[in-house]
Design a protein around this ligand. Structure first.
Ligand SMILES: [Cu+2]
Length: 180
């Protein structure tokens, strides 16, 4: 191969853009306080009020996730799910710390971005715009715009399906009872 390193980097940027990954990976690394990997929103059916968005977040310089918004939802909050005895409970997390260079997983049964007051059904295969609001290491608020694919389940859910499926189910049901 006679490709030099810059060539390779340019090539992968072009590839990423061609694949529609530009906003979540290549561009984000150059200009954003936040790297977002594998974002997805759980599909909903008509009449469903809420769902979750998941992704792995890394703030290279460190920061804090302080909010999110989306045109498809009336209210968007960062939440955490935790077992409280036998009951799975969900609470709002107004400030989610993102230690420098550390991947923080938003995933079913744990942290998630909660989309509430949905204005439409979100079918699998569609795309949802989500903006994450991050306070960077200098305490400046920055926004990260994402186009998030809607899926029935996590992209690589098979490996931890045994531990995660029960929570997933509770998660979905819990959302319906969630009052805001
Ligand atoms: Cu939630």
């Amino acid at each position: 191969m006679r490709l030099t390193r810059p060539d390779v980097r340019r090539l992968s940027a072009i590839l990423a853009l061609a694949l529609g990954l530009g906003s979540s990976s290549a561009q984000a690394q150059a200009t954003s306080p936040l790297e977002v990997q594998g974002p997805w929103v759980r599909a909903t059916v008509k009449g469903q009020q809420a769902t979750g968005m998941f992704a792995t977040l890394t703030a290279p310089q460190g920061g804090t996730l302080v909010g999110a918004r989306s045109p498809v939802a009336g209210t968007v909050e960062v939440h955490e799910m935790k077992m409280d005895g036998d009951v799975m409970r969900m609470r709002a997390v107004p400030r989610l710390p993102l230690p420098a260079g550390t991947a923080v997983a938003l995933k079913p049964g744990s942290y998630h971005v909660m989309l509430m007051g949905l204005k439409q059904a979100l079918p699998s295969g569609s795309t949802v715009p989500v903006t994450l609001v991050v306070e960077d290491a200098q305490r400046k608020q920055r926004t990260v715009d994402l186009q998030v694919p809607v899926r029935q389940q996590a992209p690589a859910a098979k490996a931890d399906a045994a531990g995660g499926s029960g929570h997933d189910h509770d998660h979905g049901q819990g959302h319906g009872e969630h009052k805001h």
